[in-house]
Design a binder for this molecule. Sequence first.
Ligand code: ADP
Length: 290
Amino acid sequence: EMVVVGSVNADLVVRVDRRPAPGETVIGSDLVTHPGGKGANQAVAAARLGARVALLGRIGSDGHGEFLHKALAGDGVGLGHLVETPGPSGVALITVGADGDNSIIVSPGVNARLSEDDVAAAAGLLASARVVSLQLESPLAAVLAAARTAARVVFNLSPPAVVPDELLALCDPLVVNEHEAAFLLGGRGAPGSQARALLALGPRSVVLTLGAGGAVVAEPGGVIEVPSPRVEAVDTTGAGDAFTGALAWRLAGGDDLATATAFAVRVGAASVRRPGAQSSYPYPEDLEAL
Ligand code: ADP
């Protein structure tokens, strides 16, 4: 019913009291390795909720690739178009400082090799899906090719980059957080007017996420604010991916955008109550309290 096209990374996390200056060495905590990557995160978020979801992407022929494949299979993500590729898997090197702040280096590895040919090889799958969900940890040419093939595109402009108007025009919706909105618009503003300005860039609809503030939906018919449930935030890593995966799934199920967004804010909120990205993603029963 839905397909995610995107990145699969191993998140390598070390806690440090302080980060090393150039040329310096510091001792950190034991290394913890988590499955991550925006594409995989979205697919896992949807699968946990009950979606039938396939992931189109590339994993490396290394130990991380094996680990990532196993994790995705364990969550029931369809992996028939996850291409194992000679070379290193994508990796995010994450240091968590004493105050809980993250510094992240992403090494794309074989995610960078996702190609228009990969998309063409999955054309049948993409065309039969109700929704195809896209982000930008994969090459733009592949993302654009997938968007052209899809019945409906959910596109998260993350990490932010300049994209062609053609891609924006295919988005229904374009999903951005406040940083990504500021990148596109060249500045900040009130959420409602930001959402309206984003809609004027050409997408069919817009969802602007606002962290604890929930989200704003903009469609040609008007703008709606969707508050998030109040939760105690422990770790917001991957909240946007959980939100977008849930949103895409509800849209594939036939919800209108406001209804799907009202569901997705609950999934995003649930995901910040526990540490990690995928490790924090909820099952349906975890949403009942929200
Ligand atoms: P990103 O993770 O891309 O920066 P946001 O921070 O906007 O995106 O979070 C995405 C969604 O996750 C929000 O729309 C909201 O539903 C939920 N969320 C994030 N942070 C919080 C929070 N502190 N309290 C409640 N919900 C949150």
